[in-house]
Design a binder for this molecule. Structure first.
Ligand code: SAH
Ligand code: SF4
Ligand code: F3S
Length: 437
């Protein structure tokens, strides 16, 4: 057998990119993964275009490989993901060192593209092909894996929020068929997975072909609830407009569905929400939270926020702070609005940078206060932890609670993949400490 070539993949952006990187590594037969770019025969950057900073990182990272490429003429450099989709041809022009560009919807064609690049030609594919990418990638190796895994069930987005590139980089909303997902889930469980996070840009808009017509996300979750050996189910990211009654109900009754929901709102002012084309109001979002808590009182809510969207006034921003006070977030992600060329909001009156910085600071102060409060309230309570890795101290294990808090347990006497009951004894900035019960 010829010696395996080495593949170095660097992943940016969302969890869907993490999943895609795994699929790309599996698609490139004859390669084994390496942790450093120095001994790689192929470097693949799986990129993110969501904010300007995220996209810039690609060019600075490519710059770093100039020397390596000069030393090793056989080294192939590829750009995948959302920057590849948005700026693929420009990358090829601006960066002669790039041999291969592949978009998020065509990476099942990587083997052909790699072969072409090996002959010294430039290989570019940023199409949205008709054929089923996942079907083509089905024959995956059966390697053992860690206790948690991502599983993409839905891709793309038809919502066109005025700030967002995703509908352009990932294409239209598509759901994978139910049997494909269940087969992949059972396969993951056989390989050691205990917790699956279902992924989609609008995962709760899932409507895949099932045994009898289209299935909702809730129905898919109930089917996964019956998979032996699977202990935990999560899903992300959801849109407030796609919250359905059967999903609230699943949060109340489905034993393996974890009490955590990431439900981005972006802003609390109805004027701004309208200009964002979010097609929900602050009130309708708050009703979603109310229904969730009615179904599952202890559910932990997470969200995304954008400050300094064009035309956002101090009053609009105050409405966002008010909404945060009402919801009480266990954790959240917040960003300064970043102008994305080609999106509607890019053409509007922009908020000054210093104002954005100030608002982000105040928003994050409030969110972090809430996070700390909620974490401190966990002390003395029992949670279950799925251990994902060993801690830094001997005998210490680290895992996640059902609420997705990172939990450290000293003298755990347990292995990776074990699910144990613990009592929370302390809370620090980004994690909890617990002891066995
Ligand atoms: N599909 C998900 C997440 C999309 S991207 C959803 O609809 O919620 C993840 C987050 O990035 C978004 O929720 C938003 O908060 C942020 N984001 C997207 N575009 C942005 C931009 N132009 N500037 C700043 N933040 C942005
Ligand atoms: Fe982007 Fe909006 Fe679609 Fe989310 S719902 S991916 S923020 S366009
Ligand atoms: Fe980024 Fe693309 Fe995900 S733009 S956030 S990698 S869908």
């Amino acid at each position: 057998m010829p010696m395996a070539r080495k593949l170095y993949i660097k992943t940016y952006g969302c969890q869907m990119n993490v999943y895609d990187s795994e699929r790309m590594a599996e698609a490139l037969e004859g390669y084994e993964q390496t942790e450093t770019p120095d001994d790689a025969d192929m470097i693949l950057l799986n990129t993110c275009h969501i904010r300007e900073k995220a996209a810039e990182k690609v060019y600075s990272e490519l710059g770093r490989y100039k020397g390596l490429k000069a030393e090793k003429p056989d080294l192939k450099i590829g750009v995948a993901g959302c920057v590849a989709q948005a700026e693929g041809e420009e990358i090829m022009r601006r960066q002669p060192m790039v041999d291969l560009v592949v978009g998020p919807q065509s990476y099942h064609r990587l083997p052909e593209l790699e072969a072409k690049a090996r002959t010294g030609k430039k290989a570019l594919d940023t199409e949205f092909p008709e054929e089923d990418k996942f079907e083509r990638l089905k024959n995956r190796p059966k390697a053992k894996r860690g206790p948690t895994a991502f599983l993409t069930v839905q891709e793309g987005c038809d919502k066109f929020c005025a700030f967002c590139v995703v509908p352009y980089t990932r294409g239209a909303e598509v759901s994978r068929p139910v049997d494909q997902i269940l087969t992949e889930a059972r396969d993951l469980v056989e390989r050691g997975v205990r917790e699956i996070t279902l992924l989609g840009q609008n995962v709760n808009a899932y409507h895949g072909a099932g045994t009898d017509g289209e299935w909702s996300l809730a129905r898919l979750i109930w089917a996964l609830n019956d998979v032996d050996g699977l202990e935990r189910i999560r899903f992300t990211t959801s849109h407030p407009n796609d919250m359905t009654d059967d999903l609230y109900d699943a949060h109340g009754r489905c034993e393996k569905l974890m009490p955590y929901l990431h439900l981005p709102v972006q802003a609390g002012s109805d004027k701004i929400l309208k200009r964002m084309n979010r097609s929900h109001t602050a009130e309708s979002y708050l009703r979603c939270i109310e229904k969730l808590r009615a179904a599952r009182p202890d559910i932990l809510i997470s969200g995304d926020f954008i400050v300094g969207f064009p035309e956002e006034t101090e009053e609009d921003f105050q409405a966002t702070l008010d909404l945060i006070r009402e919801v009480r977030y266990g954790t959240a992600y917040s960003f300064k609005y970043s102008t994305r060329p080609g999106t509607p909001a890019a053409e509007r009156d922009q908020v000054e940078e210093s104002v954005k910085t100030d608002r982000l600071y105040r928003l994050q102060a409030l969110l972090s206060e809430q996070q700390q409060e909620i974490q401190r309230a966990m002390v003395g309570k029992q949670v279950s932890v799925l251990f994902e890795r060993e801690g830094r101290l001997p005998g210490q294990m680290v895992g996640k609670s059902e609420y997705l808090h990172a939990v450290h347990v000293a003298d755990a006497g347990a292995a990776i993949g074990d699910l144990v009951r613990v009592e929370v004894i302390d809370s620090s900035t980004n994690s909890l400490a617990a002891k066995l019960v």
